[in-house]
Design a protein. Structure first.
Length: 336
């Protein structure tokens, strides 16, 4: 039976169990990726103290005056670094019928430990993927906390890629070489309390699918705004459970699996204006992206006899650039 709601899966047996237990978790993960493209994970091994500290940093940063936040503005359209103010992006711009810009502001970082003098990271082929981070002066501990959070969630992503490999009938370490120099991004996102009605069609985050291998999202308990479109075409809310992360696969994983798995449309809806839910909400989002030169092409186990690959091979880096640039520029282009 196809899952119509997002399942909650405990990763503990993967991290500590026998190989039979690993297989069992992998099978649950695989079903979620095939049926609905989203899962909620508990037993992930990341410290709640670190997550709380990251929330504290996000709150302190977004509470600063706009002029101060703007000192860390995104340096270039193809570099997802630093601050992006409300109205600066529209996730639905990647679709054919874009809505007005999203009602959110964000602060983004990329990999934090690229070696300074290695041409893989600094040469022309690296493009903007290892662009330096833009750190604000305040709050003073934001850099240290975000760096630690990035590393912790990156390790979780590696575990989940290994679960993906097992569930796809591949060696557990099949993806390791494609993600060891990954170009992931961490975004602190704030959806401000809304003080007037949004424009027609305007959401906290417009309908979109994510671009990379997977997204690992932390939301506040009580923030019910995230919805996914299930296989029956209905928007269904994603449960926000204390101590868990929401994980979804992105377009690259759908392409890698030749559409066996689904990179599901999702959106963040507005709270009713005069309701308790209408308050500042913070999401902490890790977009996992394989190494820029990892070629994403139909996996050998995802091709039925007689079937042909549906997608041309694409590098992780090229795929990301084409989509992120669109997310920030289409709206500007339309307005001009
Ligand atoms: O904040 C959320 O609930 C999800 C946001 C999202 O889907 C995104 O930024 O890609
Ligand atoms: Fe998303």
């Amino acid at each position: 039976m196809t899952l119509m709601n997002v399942p909650i899966i405990d990763l503990t047996p993967y991290r500590t169990g026998t190989s039979a237990e690993k297989e069992r978790v992998a099978a649950q993960v695989g079903q979620a990726c095939r049926d609905i493209g989203f899962l909620v994970v508990s037993g992930h091994g990341i410290s709640e103290t670190l997550i709380d500290e990251t929330y504290d940093m996000a709150k302190a940063f977004f509470a600063l005056p706009l002029a101060e936040k703007a000192k860390s503005d995104r340096p270039a359209v193809d570099q997802v670094r630093g601050y992006s103010a409300v109205g600066g992006e529209g996730l639905s711009y990647s679709l054919d019928e874009p809505a007005p810009p999203d009602l959110k502001e964000s602060f983004s970082i990329g990999p934090t430990d690229a070696p300074p003098n290695d041409p893989y990271y600094t040469g022309p082929q690296a493009g903007p993927h290892f662009a330096p981070n833009v750190w604000p002066e305040r709050p003073a501990r934001l850099k240290a906390v975000c760096t630690e959070y990035f590393a912790a969630v990156d390790r979780l992503a590696t575990d989940i890629m290994r679960l993906f490999a097992i569930s796809l009938g591949l060696d557990e370490h099949y993806f390791d070489k494609t993600i060891d120099k990954n170009i992931s991004m961490l975004r602190l996102m704030q959806y401000p309390r809304q003080t007037s009605d949004p424009l027609p069609g305007q959401l906290r985050a417009g309908a979109h699918s994510d671009y990379g291998s997977m997204t690992i999202l932390r939301k506040e308990v009580g923030d019910g705004g995230l919805e996914v479109k299930n296989k029956a075409g209905a928007w269904t809310p994603v449960p926000v459970v204390a101590g868990t992360f929401i994980v979804n696969i992105g377009d690259l994983m759908q392409q890698w699996t030749n559409d066996l798995w689904t990179s599901t449309l999702h959106r963040v809806v507005n709270p009713p204006l005069a309701s308790e839910e209408n308050r500042d909400r913070i999401s902490i989002i890790f977009f996992h992206q394989p190494n820029y030169d990892a070629m994403v092409e139909c996996l050998p186990t995802c091709l039925a006899p007689g079937e042909t690959p549906k997608y041309a091979p694409v590098s992780s880096g090229d795929n990301l650039l084409s989509k992120f640039v669109k997310q920030t520029t289409l709206g500007q282009g339309k307005a001009a």
